[in-house]
Design a binder for this molecule. Structure first.
Ligand code: MN
Ligand code: MN
Ligand code: ZN
Length: 289
C-alpha cells in the first residue's frame, strides 16, 4: 500500500506513540500522503534525539510508503514561548526549539511549525523583538541544519502574536536568517481573525494579503480546520471539515484555488486517526465535486 497518488498533498496531525518510524504507514492507512507530528511530548520541556535505528527505519518508511519530503512536518511543543518576557521561559524555549530543529534534521523533516509567541502584556513590539532574537539564536546554533521554521498564523486570542500577516512579515524582515523562515496558514485561526474564505473574493483578498506581506512562496503548509465559531470569534476551536462555520461550501470554494491546492493540507480537526480518515475522505469528495 502506497500513499494516495495525487497532485494534492493531504494528511493529518499524527500520533507518535508507536514511534516515529510508524508514522508513514499510519498516514497511508488513513488515506493520506502528508503528515504532521510533534518531535517529542508536546506538553514537556524534555525532548530526546531519536536513536539511529529509528532514524533509519523512519527514512526507509518515508520512501516505502511514498511520502514526499515536502509533505512531512513537525509542530513545535506547546510550552515554547519565544515572546515571553520571563527570562527562564525564554531561555528554555530557545534551548527546546534548538533541540526540535535537531530532531527534524535527524529525521530528514524539512519544516518545523511554531506559534510565534505571546507577549504577556509587554506589548506587540517587545514580543516581536524577543521572537526575532530567539529565532536568530536558534538559527545561529543550528547553522547547516537544513530545517525551515514555519510561523503559523494564530487566533487573535490573549496576547498572541501572529494573527495577521504584517506581524509575520515583521518577524521575517527583522530576522538575520529570513531564508530559514516560512509560514503556515491555519484556516480556523484565520477565520477567527476575520479572513472569510467562504467566497472567492475572500480567498483572493487572503492570497493578495499573503503575497504583498510575506510572499506566497513562503506559504509551505495549510492547517485545514473548520471552526466551531463564527467569523471573527477569536476562540480557536477547531471543527471537523464541513461541520463548522466555514462549512462544506466554504471549503469547496477555498480548495478551488490552485494557489491553495499546491500547498500541503494538514488536518488538526477533533479526534484521532479514525476521525481524520473520515475528514480526508470528505476533503477529497469536496475537491472532486
Ligand atoms: Mn498550531
Ligand atoms: Mn494550526
Ligand atoms: Zn488552533
Amino acid at each position: 500500500m502506497k500513499a494516495l497518488n495525487s497532485e494534492i498533498k493531504l494528511g493529518a496531525h499524527m500520533p507518535i506513540s508507536g514511534g516515529f518510524h510508524r508514522v508513514p504507514e499510519e498516514t497511508v492507512k488513513i488515506g493520506g500522503n502528508a503528515f504532521q507530528i510533534f518531535p517529542h511530548n508536546a506538553r514537556q520541556w524534555r525532548a530526546k534525539m531519536p536513536d539511529k535505528e529509528t532514524i533509519i527505519k523512519f527514512k526507509r518508511n518515508m520512501k516505502k510508503f511514498g511520502i514526499d519530503e515536502d509533505a512531512a512536518f513537525c509542530h513545535s511543543g506547546y510550552l515554547i514561548n519565544l515572546a515571553s518576557p520571563k527570562e527562564d521561559v525564554w531561555k528554555k524555549s530557545v534551548d527546546l526549539l534548538e533541540k526540535e530543529i535537531r530532531i527534524c534534521g535527524a529525521l530528514g523533516i524539512k519544516y518545523l511549525n511554531i506559534h510565534p509567541g505571546s507577549h504577556l502584556e509587554t506589548g506587540e513590539n517587545a514580543g516581536i523583538e524577543l521572537i526575532v532574537k530567539g529565532l536568530d539564536e536558534v538559527f545561529k546554533r543550528t547553522d547547516g541544519v537544513d530545517v525551515i521554521v514555519l510561523l503559523e498564523n494564530v487566533a487573535p486570542k490573549g496576547s498572541a502574536i501572529g494573527y495577521n500577516f504584517d506581524q509575520l512579515k515583521k518577524i521575517i524582515e527583522m530576522s538575520a536568517f529570513p531564508k530559514r523562515l516560512g509560514i503556515t496558514y491555519d484556516t480556523c485561526h484565520g477565520f477567527d481573525a476575520g479572513f472569510d474564505i467562504r467566497d472567492p473574493d475572500g480567498v483572493r483578498r487572503l492570497l493578495d494579503e499573503i503575497d504583498k506581506t510575506v510572499g506566497l512562496e513562503r506559504l509551505k503548509m495549510i492547517h485545514l480546520n473548520d471552526s466551531k465559531n463564527p467569523l471573527g470569534a477569536a476562540k480557536d476551536r477547531h471543527e471537523s471539515i464541513g461541520f463548522g462555520h466555514i462549512g462544506r461550501d466554504g471549503f469547496k470554494n477555498f480548495l478551488s484555488f490552485d494557489e491553495i491546492r499546491r500547498v500541503p493540507l494538514i488536518l488538526e480537526t477533533p479526534g484521532g486517526n479514525e476521525e481524520h480518515a473520515a475528514d480526508i475522505k470528505r476533503v477529497l469528495e469536496i475537491i472532486g465535486e
